[in-house]
Every structure is written in structure tokens, then in C-alpha cells.
Write a protein that binds this ligand. Structure first.
Ligand code: ATP
Ligand code: MG
Length: 499
């Protein structure tokens, strides 16, 4: 049922007080107005700056100029007004801390129950004192649906019709992309984004709409908008993981949905340090052409009681409002370490935040693809690994010979060197046990050495660098072995290995 219909039903059923949560006053008011017209009720709106509009004719009591503060006066007016009225109070939530306001609302709830009179509180946030929980019906007024956005799009296009400088032709695919990308914005934001795009670019441009979304993310302060810079071609090896991702590239489209494909949930990338976990995460955003939000797990944990729980809920909400998008939780184990362990010293906050997160992962319906990465599997709570949370858990091992060749080639090319001029087989053979990050360091190190001597890099520079470095896999051989054993049973390999 859509929100406007729900409001209608509740008004008809004579619910005394509704609390509508939305940023969009205009849209909600329009919807309420339609309902009032249909049900033949008089609508009065109130805000602290505008007062009551239209003014109320009192049925009882003397008509006296009151000295009550505005918010109490508004409730008093509702109290005294006749039936067949609806009162819409904008931004009333700050006053609901006042015990007198709370009491008046409770009195009012009692009086209005069963009467054809409704009080609607409209605010962007839900702040309901416990005393009122049983008297107030809360409903979310969701952001515009695809169909509404599509109508808005027609509206904007119609407005510039006849202007030959503006290109409003859209293929059905483009239209879907634009409508999708505008989901999560308010109708006003959508209108501005479309208009801005037509003025600035003379056509409807997805980037302008995404820019509008970046604002939402920035204002939230909990997530960071991550520009998609790396491409999957910049990732060496990991063929199985890349195949898996490629197959799900179109997983967020309407076509995929019609085909019966469930929206991809997410992946967990586990593995040895410096082997490309973060790199792959960043590359997926570019490959799938979706905005990527990075969640800093550390920032979620606030210093005030209850703040961390609120933060994770807000972060999830922001991500959902920007969806379809990718949510990247890098080094997940650092944030959620110690959940359920004996070292819990924060009276269960971490565990509660974690469980909110888990529940969301399990039940989320919005297209938010979660990419989580982790090094230390022992720190990961076992609940996280249960089926249904992630679509797949991948283990990223050290690159094999063939993969090392590819990684050398990628990093040489990145630094404007032609890989064909180097004996890649030889480099790969000599760098057994090196991670991708270490190979990158070898390339950089040899460039530095050559530059210092005012000459071009040679094959032997790379050999020297390889010999001079001790890879982590040597220093941490035991840990890596343990990780492999662990992963063999629980995760899917990201690359083929012939063992
Ligand atoms: N498979 C790879 N192909 C190309 N480059 C790679 C690869 N793996 C690592 N690199 C290089 O090493 C850098 C560091 O890798 P990345 O940050 O992805 O490692 P990680 O697995 O996230 O490590 P950590 O566990 O330390 O976070 C990358 O930016 C990239 O330049
Ligand atoms: Mg990383």
C-alpha cells in the first residue's frame, strides 16, 4: 500500500494522531490535501512561523486572545475545533520534549479517538517520547518511486520541448538508468538535478544526478563517497573472482529481475595482505558503473551511549537511499573484532552494532551490494560467515607464476613502460611468494634506482629489487598457511590453482 493510501485509511478509521516521517513537506501536504478533499475534511496546517492556516473557528469557550506559546495554542485549537477536520503540524517534534505538550497530546488523543478529526505530525526525524507511543501511529512517507520519478522526468522534458538546443531523446535503457539513479532523492532534489543537467549539459546526464547523491552522503558524515578509479583490467589474476563478478554485472537491472535473478547481496574477500582485496573492491564500482560508498567502521563507533547503534542505522539508511550502490566495508574485522569474545568491555555496544548490521545483511531488500574485506579470519565472528549473509566468500591467495607475470605487466604499463621490453617469465619466476603490493614496490624501487642514475630501467634493476626484498609471505609463512587451511573449507578460491 502506498503512503497516501495508508493515510487515507487511517483518517477514515479515525486514528487520532499520526506521525509522518519525511523530508518532503510539499509532497506529504499535497497527498494529505488530496485525501482531505476526497473525504470532505477541512485541512488546517500549522508551523511555528506561519501559525494556523486557515484559522480555526472555535466551537466552545470564549474567543479570547491567548497568551499561550504557539505550539500549545496549536494543540488547543485542535482541541476546540469541530469534527471533519485534519490538522497538519509541521516540525512539531522539538516541542514534544515539553511535559505540557506531551500531556496535551495525550488528552487530545483521548478526545479525538473515534471522532472524525485527525492530528498529523510531520517531521523529517522520528522523535517520539515513550508516553506517546501508544497514542501515535507512525508512518514513513517513502521517497518517490520509479513511476513518480518517471512522471517527473516527463514533466521536465515537456517543459523544455521545442528548445532545439536541448537534447531530451532517451533510449529506454538510458531512461531506466536515469530513473534508477534518481531513486533515493526527494522530488525537489530530483527536479533540481534534472533541470541543472538540462541547463549545464543540454541533456539528461546521470553524473549530475549522482552529484546530487554525493551531497547526501557527505552530509551524513559516516560514509565516504569513493570515486571509481581502478578498473578490473588493473587487477592481475583472480580469474575466478573476476568471472563471478562479470556474471553479476547486470544483476541490478529490471531485466535481471524479470528474468528471476535475485539482486546480488555482497561478497566477502578474505586473504593475504597486499594481494588486491581493496583493489578489487574499488574496481567493481567502476566495472558495474555504480556509486561506491566506503564505510569507515571506526567512525561508526561514537562516544556517546546509544550513538553507535544510531550511527550504523543511519549509515545503512544513507546507503539505501543512494542505492543501487556498492557499500565497501574495508577491514571489517577491525571494527567488529571481539564481538562475543571475553574481551568485550563496551557493555555490548559492538555486539549490538554488529547484530544490526547482520540483520540488515540478511534482510535487505534495497540493491546495496556489500563488499567486505578482511585479513584476520580469527577476529571474524562466525555468524558473519553463515549462509545467506554474503552471496559468496572468496579467498585471495598469493599470486601464482602466471598471475605475477600479469601483475608485473600491469604495473610496468601503469608507469609508462612497455612490458614487452622485459622478460616477464624471468621476473615471475624470481618473485615466488611476492604479493601484488610487493611486486608494485619492486617496479617502483627499480624506477627510483634508474632515475637516480639518470638512465632507463633495465631488467637487472628489477632483479636487484626482487633479491633485496623479503616478502611478507616468508616472514609470516605460518600465519598464511593457517589462513589457507581455514579458507579451504569455508571460502571459494579467487583464482585457479593447479595443485
Ligand atoms: N592482483 C593485483 N593486480 C595488480 N595490482 C595489485 C594486485 N594485488 C595488489 N596489487 C597492488 O598492490 C596495492 C595494494 O593492494 P590492496 O590494497 O588491494 O591489498 P589488500 O589485499 O587490500 O591488502 P591489505 O590486506 O593490506 O588491505 C594495490 O593498490 C595494487 O597496486
Ligand atoms: Mg586493503
Amino acid at each position: 500500500m502506498d503512503a497516501a493510501r495508508e493515510i487515507e485509511v487511517l483518517i477514515r478509521a479515525k486514528y487520532p494522531i499520526l506521525y509522518v516521517v519525511s523530508w518532503e513537506e510539499r509532497r506529504v501536504e499535497d497527498a494529505v490535501k488530496l485525501v482531505c478533499d476526497k473525504l470532505k475534511r477541512t485541512l488546517h496546517t500549522w508551523s511555528v512561523t506561519q501559525g494556523m492556516k486557515p484559522p480555526v473557528t472555535r466551537t466552545s469557550g470564549p474567543v479570547k486572545p491567548t497568551a499561550l506559546p504557539g505550539e500549545l495554542e496549536a494543540l488547543a485549537l485542535a482541541h476546540e475545533s469541530p469534527e471533519y477536520t485534519v490538522f497538519l503540524l509541521r516540525d512539531f517534534h522539538p516541542y514534544m520534549k515539553d511535559p505540557r505538550v506531551i500531556r496535551l497530546l495525550r488528552d487530545l488523543a483521548g478526545r479525538l479517538r473515534g471522532k472524525a478529526q485527525t492530528l498529523i505530525l510531520l517531521a523529517p526525524v522520528l522523535a517520539l517520547p515513550t508516553e506517546l507511543e501508544k497514542d501515535v501511529t507512525v508512518l514513513d512517507f517513502p521517497l518517490p518511486k520509479a513511476s513518480e520519478i518517471s512522471d517527473q522526468l516527463d514533466h521536465v522534458v515537456a517543459a523544455v520541448k521545442g528548445n532545439s538546443a536541448v537534447d531530451t531523446d532517451l533510449t529506454p535503457e538510458m531512461r531506466e538508468i536515469i530513473v534508477k539513479s534518481a531513486q533515493g532523492l526527494t522530488l525537489d532534489e530530483i527536479e533540481s538535478a534534472f533541470a541543472r543537467s538540462l541547463v549545464e549539459h543540454k541533456k539528461l546526464d546521470v553524473d549530475v544526478i549522482l552529484e546530487e547523491k554525493k551531497q547526501i552522503v557527505r552530509k551524513s558524515g559516516l560514509l565516504e563517497y569513493y570515486p571509481a578509479t581502478d578498473r578490473l583490467d588493473d587487477v592481475g589474476g583472480l580469474e575466478l573472482l573476476k568471472d563471478w563478478l562479470a556474471k553479476r554485472r547486470k544483476g541490478f537491472t529490471d531485466k535481471a529481475k524479470e528474468f528471476g535473478i535475485p539482486v546480488p547481496k555482497g561478497v566477502l574477500l578474505l586473504g593475504v595482505q597486499g594481494c588486491g582485496k581493496s583493489l578489487v573492491a574499488k574496481a567493481i564500482a567502476a566495472a558495474w558503473n555504480l556509486p561506491m560508498l566506503k564505510m569507515d567502521v571506526g567512525r561508526i563507533f561514537g562516544s556517546l551511549v546509544g550513538q553507535s547503534e544510531e550511527n550504523i542505522r543511519r549509515a545503512i539508511k544513507v546507503a539505501e537511499s543512494v542505492s543501487p550502490c556498492i557499500l565497501w566495508a574495508d577491514e571489517l574485522e577491525k571494527g567488529f573484532a571481539g564481538v562475543g569474545g571475553s574481551g568485550v568491555s563496551d557493555s555490548g555496544t559492538t555486539a549490538r552494532v554488529f547484530s544490526t548490521f547482520l540483520t540488515w545483511m540478511q534482510e535487505k531488500t534495497k540493491p546495496v551490494f556489500l563488499i567486505a574485506t578482511a585479513n584476520d579470519v580469527t577476529a571474524l565472528p562466525p555468524e558473519l560467515l553463515r549462509k545467506g549473509r554474503f552471496d559468496e566468500i572468496f579467498f585471495i591467495d598469493l599470486p601464482d607464476t602466471e598471475e605475477r607475470k600479469e601483475i608485473f605487466s600491469i604495473h610496468l604499463r601503469k608507469r609508462k613502460r612497455d612490458p614487452k621490453k622485459f622478460k616477464l617469465n624471468e621476473l615471475a619466476a624470481r618473485s615466488e611468494g611476492f604479493s601484488g603490493a610487493e611486486i608494485e614496490q619492486v617496479v617502483i624501487g627499480s624506477l627510483l634506482a634508474a632515475f637516480d642514475q639518470d638512465r632507463e630501467v633495465k631488467q637487472t634493476d628489477l632483479h636487484h629489487e626482487i633479491e633485496a626484498s623479503v616478502p611478507l609471505s616468508v616472514m609470516m609463512a605460518e600465519e598464511i598457511d593457517e589462513l589457507r587451511t581455514w579458507a579451504r573449507l569455508r571460502a571459494r578460491p579467487a583464482a585457479k590453482r593447479d595443485e
